[in-house]
Design a protein around this ligand. Structure first.
Ligand code: OAD
Length: 270
């Protein structure tokens, strides 16, 4: 179902839910200016993932991989959370919703800190489970230690690349690459939330990459429903009770009961 009737139904499902899990993908950040992976102009249309986003690529040419990630870091740092991130952050602060993202851009976290700061709240309930890691952390390719991202990365030569303060190994971005396993604890928490959710709100993902794309199925198996927000149809659409064909920044404030014309915001079930 779509259209105004779909929006009303989705609002009602979300307002009536005791537990919501939200799964986001690159589409939620598109309106912030962060490119998606598979659409027109998508990153994987312009680059080959096997050259840039695999452990083998890093072993072969760490300088090239860092050049790309340093560019992504500075491009994303210049972007700002949009109305979609903000609506989800406010919703999570006001409810027990769990946010799960495939994105590595840190925009959910920035929205959480902004929203919590505005109301003097603890941002933790609105911090997402980052299934694919974070562009803004480094991990040592030797000992595995995770640290805050190096302030600046000079990708002009291998000798200039950042190294681990503990073991001297080459640092790499703390993102999950093709062929790598997701963090088991993060994944376990995401599936636990999905299995017990009344509604899984899926926003801006092509639903092609597993295990993330299996989370809505866990909600369905647990007896919950799926609401999708995506301008395009995806493999998940046929499993969704409602699929809203809108952009995230337009749809989410409405679905989550945050009318932009009202200065005071109340959760949808208030
Ligand atoms: P994709 O690029 O595969 O899909 C983005 C989805 O967002 C598409 O279905 C678009 O229709 C939709 N979309 C575009 N603009 C939108 C908007 N304004 N509002 C809502 N939806 C919009 O990105 P992901 O599904 O996130 O993994 O990709 C999943 C994973 O594949 C990524 O995390 C990344 C990639 O390889 C790793 O790097 C491990």
């Amino acid at each position: 179902m779509d259209g105004p009737q779909g929006v009303n139904e989705a609002r009602a499902l979300l307002a009536g839910a005791r537990r919501v899990v939200a799964l986001t993908g690159a589409g939620i950040s598109a309106e912030s200016g962060v490119p998606t992976f598979r659409g027109d102009g998508g990153l994987w249309k312009r680059h080959r993932p096997e050259d840039l986003a695999t452990p083998e690529a890093f072993a072969r040419d760490p300088r090239l991989v860092w050049e790309w990630y340093a560019g992504r870091r500075s491009a994303v740092a210049a972007c700002r959370p949009n109305q979609g991130h903000i609506a989800l952050a406010r919703f999570a602060l006001a409810s027990e919703a769990v946010l799960v993202t495939q994105n590595v851009d840190g925009l959910h976290e920035r929205a959480a800190r902004d929203a919590a700061g505005a109301t003097d709240q603890d941002p933790s309930p609105a911090l997402p489970l980052e299934l694919h890691g974070s562009l803004f952390h480094d991990r040592c390719s030797g000992c595995g230690r995770v640290s805050a991202a190096s302030a600046t990365v000079d990708p002009s030569a291998v000798a200039a690349l950042p190294r681990c303060g503990d073991c001297g190994g080459l640092l790499r971005p703390a993102v999950v690459w093709f062929g790598e396993a997701l963090d088991a604890e993060v994944l376990g928490r995401a599936f636990a939330a999905a299995r017990t959710a009344d509604v899984c709100l899926v926003v801006g993902t092509s639903a092609l990459v597993h295990p993330a794309a299996s989370l809505p199925m866990a909600t369905l198996e647990g007896g919950g429903t799926v609401v999708e927000v995506n301008p395009d149809e995806t493999p998940l659409t046929r499993f969704a009770a409602v699929s809203i064909r809108q952009r995230a920044g337009d749809a989410l404030p409405v679905l989550l009961g945050q009318d932009a014309r009202r200065r005071e915001w109340r959760p949808p079930n208030a």
